[in-house]
Write a protein of this length. Sequence first.
Length: 132
Amino acid sequence: MGDTSGRYLPRQQNRTLDLHRGLRRAASSVIVQLQTGKIALASYLGTFGAAPTTECPCGLGRQDADHILTSCPTYADMRNEVLWNEAREPDYRRILSQGPLVKKAAQFMLRTRLLGQFRTLPPSYRVSASGS
């Protein structure tokens, strides 16, 4: 690694780690899955035949992180309550890169019950140990 990249890489790693600081394991896992796109939604599962289609059941697009977090009408009320209770953010990349929003995104995804590996978590599950 060159001198220049070594100077910038640690700062980026710290920013990424800061997004996970204080989070419980399931929430941190959801954030990684949202950020990488390797998440148990139809858009990913359909690429290798684990889902019959990549489309969202709402019929308005691919069932991916962007669609679920910002526009799927199925989760509009929940989105307004959990994710956008203070201000609406339509850019899913921003949602997944800003501390308070990414925590809300994790809480929102867990509440949707879309991700099978987290369905056993109680509805009262909180993403951080401090209760936020």
